[in-house]
Design a protein around this ligand. Sequence first.
Ligand code: SF4
Length: 734
Amino acid sequence: MLFGRGKKNPIKIADKKVVDWKYATCGYCSTGCSIEVGLNQQGDPVASRGVGGADVNRGKLCLKGIFEHELFTSAGRGTEPLMRDQFHEPFKPVDWDTALDHVYDEIVRVQEKYGRDSVAIVSTGQLLTEEFYTLGKLTRGLIGTNNYDGNTTLCMASAVSGYKRSFGSDGPPGCYEDFEQTDCLIAWGSNLPEQHPIIYWRMKDAQETRGFPLIVIDPRVTMLAQNADMHLAITPGTDVVLQNAMMHVILKEGLEDAAYIEANTNGLDELRAEVEKYDPTTAAPICGIDEDTIQNVARLFAKAGTAMQIWTMGINQSTHGSDGVVGINNLALITGNIGKPGGTSLSITGQCNAMGTREWSSCSGLPNHRYLENAEDREEMAQFWGIDPEFLPKKRGLFQTDIYPAIETGQIKGLWLIATNPLSSLPNTARIRKSMEKLEFCVVQDCYADTESAQYAHVFLPAGTWAEKEGVMTNTERRVNIVRPVIKPHGNSKPDLWIFNQMAKRFNKDGKVSFPEKPAEIFEEMGELSHGRLCDISGMTHELIEENRGIQWPYTKEQAERNEAPPQGGKRIYTESATFRYPDGRARLIPLPFIDNNEVPDDKFPFWLNTGRLIEHWHGRSKTGKLGNNNKYSPIPFFELNPDAAFDLDVQSGEYVRLVSRRSDAIVMAQLTHRVPKNMIFLPFHFHDCANRLTLGLLDPHSRQPAYKQSAVRIEKIADQKAAAQLSKEMRDY
Ligand code: SF4
């Protein structure tokens, strides 16, 4: 008997009175969901919905996307350009020309006094690709500083570095469809349900249909680990040891794909000699995984028809981040799992357009994966832009993580920050704060005026955000998708593209370099530059991209001329034999010796500090901390603590404690859970003046990405809980 059925009130969704829906791509994570924002009669954004016909999300959105229309009017938006002489003085509003003239004058003054590279420019993964390309042209072609980087060094640099070392180029080889075709999936340091919920849904749907084994390698029992067939709770920072041990088993037992290795790779002998040292018995006590499990996972992976690996920050944010990516690629290459349906090594990217900055910003080189170190690339770009090739540096300058130490030592005197907030996002924030105080000139360009970094600005330039602008973004699976402007930028803020073009006019007085103003024209220029290269977008236009809800690169103009309908971009790359990007077309198998250089727990600081993300928040919460429906799920800085450790420390659930590292301390609420082992705590990184007060952030030698997940802390009880709660609130609030 269906008692009561039909009598219940159905859930009612308030009618938002939407009269028009506008197309965009979600501006949070790199999943790349197609989204529509609903406008009411007054033209106000009042709703968001997923786009049914979009292959990526098939009508779905996560908790962040579903409330994305609320961010346009969220608190703290910049409305007017602001200026002041000293960073501790109050700002005064000024008009745009005054602000931009002053930025130009100060950049020129600092460069004339201290040299071209004394001004650093730090960008982001949040802009649109046409904006990245324009900023790159302005920086490389006119301003001429070589100390230019993006905050993507904090999230994706190890993936980029690892891909380049293994395959000769950046560029994820696989796609989401691989979940639907794989026979085995290993997730390294990736908590998909919270970090990339819609990719998780694609993966889970495929797994439920086909039943492939899911192996999760993570020190913490994450949501993904809870859903795994096998969870390997690895010792932080030792992934390379496990990878070497798995390769030891595969090569020793002859489970490798010899034909694929022979046709596509170099370096097998050197790799074999190195992994010979990592038998499972030796590796087990280092990586914390028993030898039987190492053998079982290695056999499961190698014997699967096709096998796939994904990873996120658990691999990238480590002193062995780049090596960890190379290790994943080594495993894929020796088993022939690259470029085939269900067989891939797919880095799950971080920010919405981290891929766009990798492809087009010129941060680490020149547009479309061209290298400063390559004379032909320099010559080609100089000719294309109409500049002297000698103006371009012959190797890349400082990474973002090296720029702040260079401010400390006086090498850098001026800084232009664009949509990034290093005082929240960099490790050891006390040190960053001190270095910012030493700047002679700092300009912050951001959609929010209330970021910690804006406290150090001499000029603040208010920028439009997300769908107040127009342009494309590239997602994790190389899909280029478009953002259309839903409303005008807030107050008197301007699109970042407009700001870059206005700056270009000041640096480009003789007009020798062309700066198109319309995003579609810039995209056309980029298409021309991409033709014949791996990341070929020459067949795409803004219209075609929107029509098809995104197109994966490569998609060439020859394909477009054949009028393929719907356009089939490159689902995978490296699908043909010996098509890797080294001159001989072969990938490199690279030996990975392991030296443990992390800060590890000891008597004084006995807990591992592991940091990560929550589903409801985005990075430093400058957006989600102000959206009621996101913030109310996690409004308080908390950390996960094992109940046995809590018992030993006499800490109760919900009690505030002081976390202390060698850098500083933070007041945080304890939440007891068996998700973390007894010698580890997990601290979400979103709350400012919290996680990064504690982190050490040693740098990966190849990618210069910080190790956010391997620091040591101790826990101190606090007697006055009321005062602690107040202090924690002050540290949390904007
Ligand atoms: Fe946006 Fe990522 Fe959520 Fe999709 S999964 S709605 S891209 S935040």
